[in-house]
Design a protein around this ligand. Structure first.
Ligand code: NAG
Ligand code: ZN
Ligand code: ZN
Length: 444
């Protein structure tokens, strides 16, 4: 897109003559008012109504990873209406918008766009119209919140001391849309990136995160254990892969319980076991599959190595042959989602100003994973959870449930938090952006 080219050349020119940038002139009291002002702005009935409408339109038409064509079009239409320039396509359906001066620093805020391959069980007016597809992870709300942030920032664009990059990415649920976005250069020149996820466990008006590792690195494996089938009553003429697979699974349980440091959280789960179909037949082969997770690259690599060794060796003990595939169904490894320490402080300050420090919670790491990790591998990044629990409205089932529902009251909070994190970053890191470099990234 032409606009992007112009934008890029402005950027390149600026890299040569714009530094040092004068430091901002806002007092700390003025800075601390920005998040509350943005929250009040986001809670304006017409802005809320628009975000709710966007979210419901996306909810009705869920699209799976790398197929978010209509969602992407909806986003571009809304950006067009706001007069926000963007680049498209990136990573098939991805959209990258930009607001502000077109000059450094560049700070990114990100939303994922994909739905899950599952049937919605919630009966309501805006139920999914696509059989077998559902927004059950809240990515419809994430898009609405990022568009809400875009609106707030565009309406305050003359106060921005740099450029906010809006990252709408495809395929968070397993296919690694973020990885493709990174490969397509979305992080080039970006100083920092922020991401949010809705949470049914946190009260509305609160947020939670932590410095350092937040979400686990995640991998998958699938193994085919081959023996020699035959009559169940004549085992001596067979090589039984069912028994071999059973030994393999039991031995895999020992990797975490006997080989890992008890203080270094890890998981190995076998969730798939397929073999045989008759009571009186020993099958030729069995397929098992599962997932493994850890919080450091070292532990992750060690688990991967040992999973392969245990499957092959334990199958061999039972005279079977095993092959192991670490990318079944094209699944990829997700790195650890690690939050930058400097950005953690920034998050505490900004979210604290917006919600009160008591509503900014420190949380334990989770074994879940997020492809936001592909950003956190490359630049300083920060991921957090935003609450939507409201007991007067009843239970909100957790993500990936067919009964998952969004408390739409969360939308203004998410929009204002995105907008505040980004605009405060530009104000506070404006003069520091060129020293906010490798050294800080290495601290992760
Ligand atoms: C929780 O829900 C009730 C009922 O709709 C509402 O009055 C209240 O404002 C909600 N609380 C928050 C913090 O949104
Ligand atoms: Zn999910
Ligand atoms: Zn999600």
């Amino acid at each position: 897109m032409g606009i992007w080219k112009v934008f890029t050349s402005i950027l390149i020119l600026n890299l040569f003559w714009s530094k040092p940038i004068s430091s901002n002139s806002l007092s700390s009291a003025e800075l601390s008012e920005i998040p509350t002002n943005f929250l009040n702005y986001a809670k304006k009935p017409e802005l809320v109504k628009w975000m709710v409408d966007v979210r419901r339109r996306i909810h009705e038409n869920p699209e799976l990873g790398f197929e978010e064509f209509e969602t992407s079009k909806l986003i571009r239409n809304e950006l067009d209406k706001m007069g926000i320039a963007y680049k498209h396509p990136i990573a098939v359906t991805g959209v990258v918008g930009m607001i502000g001066t077109g000059k450094p620093p560049f700070v990114a805020i990100r939303a994922d766009m994909d739905a899950l391959a599952m049937q919605e069980s919630v009966e309501w007016e805006h139920k999914s119209k696509a059989p077998g597809k559902m927004h059950a992870c809240g990515h419809d709300a994430h898009v609405a919140m990022l568009l809400g942030a875009a609106k707030i920032l565009q309406d305050h664009r003359h106060e921005l001391k740099g450029t906010v990059i809006l990252v709408f990415q495809p395929a968070e649920e397993g296919a690694g849309g973020a990885k493709k976005m990174v490969e397509d250069g979305v992080l080039d020149n970006i100083d920092a990136i922020f991401g949010l996820h809705v949470s049914a466990d946190l009260p509305i008006g609160s947020v939670a995160s932590r410095a350092g590792a937040l979400l686990a690195g995640c991998g998958f494996f699938e193994a085919v254990i081959s023996g020699k089938g035959g009559h169940a009553a004549i085992p001596q003429h067979t090589i039984d892969p069912i028994v071999a697979a059973s030994s393999v699974i039991v031995s895999l349980q020992h990797l975490v319980s006997r080989e890992a440091d008890p203080l270094d959280s890890q998981v190995v789960t076998v969730g798939k076991f397929q073999g045989g179909g008759a009571f009186n037949v020993i099958p030729d082969s069995v397929t098992i599959g599962g997932t493994f997770r850890a919080f450091s690259t070292e532990s992750f690599k060690q688990l991967k190595k040992r999973i392969e060794e245990v499957i092959k060796a334990q199958a061999a003990v039972q005279r079977c042959h095993a092959t192991v595939d670490f990318h079944p169904e094209n699944k990829i490894f997700f790195p650890v989602t690690a939050n930058n320490k400097v950005l953690h402080k920034h998050f505490e300050n900004v979210a604290g100003d917006m919600l009160g420090t008591a509503n900014v919670k420190n949380m334990q790491p989770l074994m879940g994973s997020e492809d936001f990790s592909f950003y956190s591998e490359v630049i300083p990044a920060y991921f957090s959870f935003i609450g939507m629990k409201n007991e007067t409205l009843g239970e909100f089932p957790s993500v990936h449930s067919p009964y998952f529902t969004i408390n739409e009251d969360v939308l203004p909070y998410g929009a204002a938090l995105h907008a505040s994190l980004a605009s405060r970053y530009l104000l506070e890191f404006e003069s520091k952006s060129h020293i906010f470099d490798e050294k800080i990234r290495d601290e992760l």
